[in-house]
Every structure is written in C-alpha cells, then in structure tokens.
Write a protein that binds this ligand. Structure first.
Ligand SMILES: Cc1cc2nc3c(=O)[nH]c(=O)nc-3n(C[C@H](O)[C@H](O)[C@H](O)COP(=O)(O)OP(=O)(O)OC[C@H]3O[C@@H](n4cnc5c(N)ncnc54)[C@H](O)[C@@H]3O)c2cc1C
Length: 494
C-alpha cells in the first residue's frame, strides 16, 4: 500500500501530538503514526512531573492545554509547592520553592487527551503502525511501516521524527547522502548522551507526608531516585542514571530503595493493562541537537534532545519543540521548499525566538561539570549549596549573575560548610575537604561558562549558511570549558 501526505509524524507522544496538530492547524495534510494501539497510546514511561501547564509559552499551538489542565483525571496533583532533595545518609534536606502551578499528572490520561485533541485538529492517526524504514531521494521522502501486519509506504514532503529519545529513525536516515550545500548540519547523538530510567506507580495505605512536593535522592552514579506523588496515596517512584556511567540494575535498585521505607509498607503497584504499571525507557540528557533539520526531515522532543540535562524533565520541551516542528513543516510545504534551508525555521525559532532550547543547551554545562566529579563530592557540594543556587541549576532562569550573587553563593556555602562539618557530612561521605573546596570553585567557573554558552546560543544562526562559523565558535567554547575542567579527550561529552 502507498499513501501520500504533506507531513508524516512518527510518534504519538507529546512531541508527535504537538507537531501533528500544529502542522494540520497550519493547513498541512498530516498523518501521525504510532506503534501502540489507540487504547495504549500515551502509556509512556515518565515521572509525571509537569511544569506550568497553563503557560502558553510552554505549550504553544492549537491544543487547548487549559481545557486539559482542568481535567482532574489528568492533573491529579496540582498542589506541588516544592522540590525537595533528600540525602538521607548524611541527613541533608533541601527545599526549593516550586510554586508556579506545577503538577504531577497521570501521564497516560494526559497522553490520551493529547491524542484526542490531535485528531480534533484534523490529523489522520494510524495506530498499530511500526515504522521500520525511511525512504529518500536526495531528501527524506517518507517511511516504510507495518500497519496491523500489512506493509505500508507513506510518502511525504516532510517527515517529523517524534519517536522519542534514541529514535530509531535516526539510524535509518542516511544524513550524509542527503542533498545539503555543505556538510549535513544534523548529527546523530551518541548513546552516552542518554539516560536510562524506570518507574512504577505505587499505591500506599496512608497518605504520604510529602504529597505537596516532588522528591529527589542521590544514586551511586550521576542520577537520582524520585518520589513524585500523583495523589497523597498514589506515588510515581522511579530512578534514572546517565549512560556514560556503569549501568545500574534499575528494578532491583528501586526495590532496595523503597523496601524499608515506612510509607511503602503494605503498598501495592497500581495495575494498568495488567502489566503492573512498571515501565522504563531512555531519556535525553544532552543539549538540544545543534541542528534538528535535514532535507525533508525534522526532529522534535526526545529525538531532538529538548530535555532538561540535569533533571531529565522533557514534557515541556517535547511540547514546544513539537509545535515548532509542526509550524516549520507547514510553512516549508506551503513555500515548496523542504530543503535544509527551507526547514531551518525550526532551529531558528527554538534557539532564537522561543529561546528555551538555548537555555537547555547552556545548562548542559552543569551536566558536563557534574559528570566530571566523583559522586560523593557531588553530594557534598549539593549539601553546601544554598537553595537559591540549586533552584537555578534545576531550572533555566539565570539569577546567578554579577558580584552580588557570587557573594551570596560564597556566604551560603560558608555557612553550610560550618554546619555540615559539625554534622560530619564530609567524613560520612568519605570526601576530602580540599576536593569539596575545588568543586565549589568549579561550580562558580561552570556558572560563568553557562553564561557564555547562553550568549553564544542566543546568536544561533538564522540561516544555515552561517552555521559552520557559529559551530566552530561553539566548539572552541567547548574546548575551553573542557580544558578548565581538565577533562581528557576520552572524557569529553561531545
Ligand atoms: C522514566 C522516565 C521518567 C521521566 N520523568 C519525567 C518527568 O517527571 N517530567 C518530565 O517533564 N519529563 C520526564 N521524562 C522525560 C519525558 O518523558 C520525555 O522527555 C518526553 O516523553 C519526550 O516526549 P516525546 O514525545 O519526544 O517522546 P516519547 O514520549 O518517547 O514518545 C515517542 C512515541 O513514539 C512512538 N514510536 C517510537 N518509535 C516508533 C516507531 N518506530 N514507529 C511508530 N511509533 C514509534 C512511541 O511508541 C511513543 O509513543 C521522563 C522520561 C523517562 C523515561
């Protein structure tokens, strides 16, 4: 079978829905392909923590997020006020205010509403459709798939890759063989740029005391364990680590974490589709791709790396990058130019107009720096940092600029240094005070690099012909940063 559309969107996740609905609302004839059944659409591994659903900057486009946000089956806990960091072994607790309408959601119900809204926007949806090939002819021209057991070829002007982190499509698109005036700007990310994460939904007998907070706790590798309460008695518990580190057996590690906790005694795993509601997946923990476009092809969401590189939160990034991809695809179809230059609007809008991709790219410096130090030193550093500093690292707003903020960092660290020394934190963690001191200096330096990266990304090229020069500047900044961190070439992330 052969079918033809202006735009083919692969993936029925957040990026896929925002992309498909936006392209359709802008006049394109769109099909969305999802390997799962209609009933299982939106059943996706997630911690379910979601930032400010009513803010149109986070969730632009035709999908009525305010209406979805009013659905109590979706936004099951809109009383989240804090992010808390618990390092229980050393008795450290940090609380960061998180009071801007954030939620813990039922990701499945959310996914179902998004798929409905996408259909209402005029998108044709094919479920039970596994994409297993990409067709091309100088540009990407479509995909090959198996729909309910039957082979189907979908031809299109633009393919939008919303297939998630470690998208299989990126193994199938021959980026080097497509027609680009210079080197292709799209580069497939390395597996070490991803994390592996797993979660269960656990029903407790009694309400948990942290029903109004999302909780993070350290792991033995760069990563964290979380307890995100969907309701006072229904907790999303999970964990994830970055794949640049030795693998952690996630299921066993989670069991070990929760088995002795009083609130989980007698708790059960909530059932869904009879699977026990236990699922895992990979997660992008890198900066957004330098370029998310190739001739006839756009990437969005996990496939484009629009996830927060420290927290791993990617719902919001998937939504606005999906919107951007749908918009750019429809514009390019209308203009009759689906070349790299014709689709460049996707990169330009995300990095320059919307700007959040630039922030994520800059914030990745924190991921690089944190990965470069020993995990117990990182825990000691976290214990020392004032809440304001932690808030900046897990967000994307830069308050830490100038002399005043450096002074307040120094004073906060000093105060905490005295109390943590008295509490024996450094001895329990087995870390040398000089290593901790070095890490504080390293943090200040990383903050300066974050500012440098942010300035550079704000100058992201409006046109692909300027990309090579811009990229050379960015790579030089990477080199300076890596040298400052004293990373060997094998330890460099990119
Ligand atoms: C365990 C875990 C916890 C997380 N916790 C949070 C959190 O608390 N908050 C937050 O904001 N973010 C969180 N994230 C990240 C967030 O879930 C992702 O960033 C986001 O889901 C990315 O959305 P997406 O639409 O790009 O991809 P996905 O949600 O992965 O959707 C991709 C879709 O494409 C489909 N697909 C893939 N390949 C094919 C194919 N070949 N053919 C057809 N269909 C295909 C899949 O079935 C899927 O439906 C978490 C991620 C994980 C793994």
């Amino acid at each position: 079978m052969n079918e033809t559309y202006d735009v083919v969107v692969v993936g029925g996740g957040i990026a896929g829905c925002f992309a498909a609905a936006t392209a359709a609302a802008n006049g394109a004839d769109v099909v969305q392909l999802e390997r799962k059944s209609r009933e299982r659409g939106g059943f996706i591994a997630c911690g379910d923590a979601m930032k400010s659903p009513r803010d149109p900057k986070n969730y632009p486009g035709p999908i009525d997020m305010a209406a979805i946000a009013d659905d109590p089956a979706v936004f099951t806990n809109d009383g989240i006020e804090r992010i808390e960091w618990w390092d229980e072994e050393v008795g450290v607790r940090k609380a960061i205010p998180y009071s801007d309408g954030s939620n813990v959601i039922d990701r499945y119900e959310f996914g179902q509403r998004l798929l409905e809204a996408t259909a209402e926007a005029g998108v044709t949806q094919h479920y039970d459709t596994v994409v297993n090939g990409v067709t091309h002819n100088g540009r990407v021209t479509g995909v090959e798939a198996v729909r309910a057991g039957e082979p189907v070829t979908y031809d299109c002007s633009v393919l939008i890759d919303g297939a998630g982190a470690q998208s299989i499509l990126q193994d199938m698109v021959p980026f080097d063989a497509l027609d680009t005036p210079a080197e292709p700007t799209f580069e497939v990310p390395h597996y070490t740029h991803f994390g592996s994460a797993y979660r269960e939904i656990i029903e407790t007998k009694e309400p948990v005391e942290y029903h109004d907070a999302i909780i993070g706790k350290p792991l033995e590798e760069m990563g964290y364990v979380w307890y995100f309460p969907r309701s006072p008695t229904r907790i999303n518990v999970g964990l994830g680590f970055q794949m640049s580190k030795p693998p952690i057996p996630l299921v066993d590690r989670l069991r070990r974490d929760i088995e002795d906790r009083p609130e989980f005694q007698g708790a059960t795993v909530a059932k869904r589709f009879g699977t026990g509601n236990k699922i895992g997946s990979s997660i992008a923990l890198r900066r957004p791709l330098d370029s998310m476009v190739a001739p006839g092809y756009l990437a969005a969401g996990g496939a484009a790396g629009t996830t927060h590189p420290i927290t791993g939160k990617g719902i919001r990034g998937a939504a606005y990058s999906g919107y951007s991809a749908g918009r750019a695809a429809a514009l390019a179809v209308e203009d009759g130019d689906v070349s790299e230059a014709g689709l460049w609007e996707h990169n330009r809008w995300l990095y320059r107009d919307h700007g959040e991709a630039a922030k994520l790219a800059a914030w990745d410096a924190y991921n690089v720096a944190a990965s470069s130090i020993e995990v117990n030193v990182l825990r000691a550093l976290t214990a020392l940092l004032p809440e304001e500093e932690l808030r900046e690292i897990v967000g994307t707003k830069r308050n830490a600029d100038g002399f005043g903020s450096t002074m307040s960092l120094a004073i906060g660290v000093l105060r905490n240094f005295v109390s943590e020394s008295r509490a024996g934190t450094f001895d329990t963690l087995g870390v040398d005070r000089s290593a901790v001191y070095e890490s504080v200096i390293g943090l200040k330096r990383t903050r300066d690099y974050v500012a440098d990266y942010e300035r550079l990304y704000e100058d992201y090229p409006s046109d692909p012909s300027d990309f090579g020069g811009w990229l050379a500047d960015r790579d030089r900044l990477d080199e300076r940063f890596y040298d400052a961190l004293e990373l060997s070439s094998a330890e460099r992330k990119y």
